[in-house]
Design a protein around this ligand. Sequence first.
Ligand code: C2E
Ligand code: MG
Ligand code: MG
Ligand code: MG
Length: 279
Amino acid sequence: HAKQKGGNTYCFNTDNQTNELERFYHIEQEITKALEQNQFSVVYQPLVNLKDSKIVGMEALLRWSTPTLGSVSPDEFIPILEQLGYINEVGKWVLHAACRQMKIWLDNGLELERISVNVSPVQFSCEHFLEKIKETLIETGLEACFLELEVTEGTILSIKESLKTLNELKSMGVKISIDDFGTGYSSLSYLKNLPISSLKIDKSFINDLDIDSEVIVNTIINLGKNLNFTVIAEGIENQAQLSYLQHQHCQLGQGYYFSKPVRAEEIPRIIKEYQVVSR
Ligand code: C2E
Ligand code: MG
Ligand code: MG
Ligand code: MG
């Protein structure tokens, strides 16, 4: 009986691996044509000031969908873009799209302070990275102070030149935020020398705010206060989480409770609704 069970399990695993491999090859094939076939798009998720519920910024999030695969999660396709060496090109495309959109919003009178764009370690370590940022700002006409780049702790710690790159970004006026904060392995003493402007508490700590997560969340909020970083909580899904974070004086938040990531066209309406609510 045990043997038969083992055999089944083995078969099951093999099938799974085959499916995974097939999917990987399928994605690999499709993604090389994605840019030229206009299959990428960018959605935007509001960043909210938790004190007065005003929308202060947006995070740009990449989306990919194809006729055969449907919509594929960035958690699945970004690593593949990195492996295939396409992330620099796609990353530049996202950056350009997001800066252009932000410029349009500002020109239309929307009161937004920042557009946040995620940056992969591969982009961050590319020797032309800073040039590409400068180029994009010039091409789109967006002022540097409106751009915030999101990098993870892993990115900063794994790249030798990262402090130099961060300092140059700062001198250009571009802001840096550490994404998924708390899941990496930052030594806290290292943090105080970093020219960054905000910490984003990883959504895993907000999702299940039990006693342990509360301790971690409070520690990050206090750390931000003491080191003068803005603290952003991601993944806020309900009123209880929001109330808790407000009570702890976390400055900014982001999550489905406020809004899912949406297409650019929907943003002016969402901002208008928020202005009405907060008044
Ligand atoms: P991230 O930068 O930490 O982005 C936050 C993720 O949490 C997004 O997932 C967002 O849709 C999701 N989220 C927001 N609010 C909630 C909530 O209340 N509950 C839950 N459960 N989730 C929420 P998404 O868009 O699937 O992106 C996943 C990750 O893919 C991002 O994590 C980021 O690391 C990466 N990514 C997305 N766009 C880009 C990009 O343009 N470039 C690079 N390099 N990475 C990107
Ligand atoms: Mg992010
Ligand atoms: Mg994050
Ligand atoms: Mg992430």
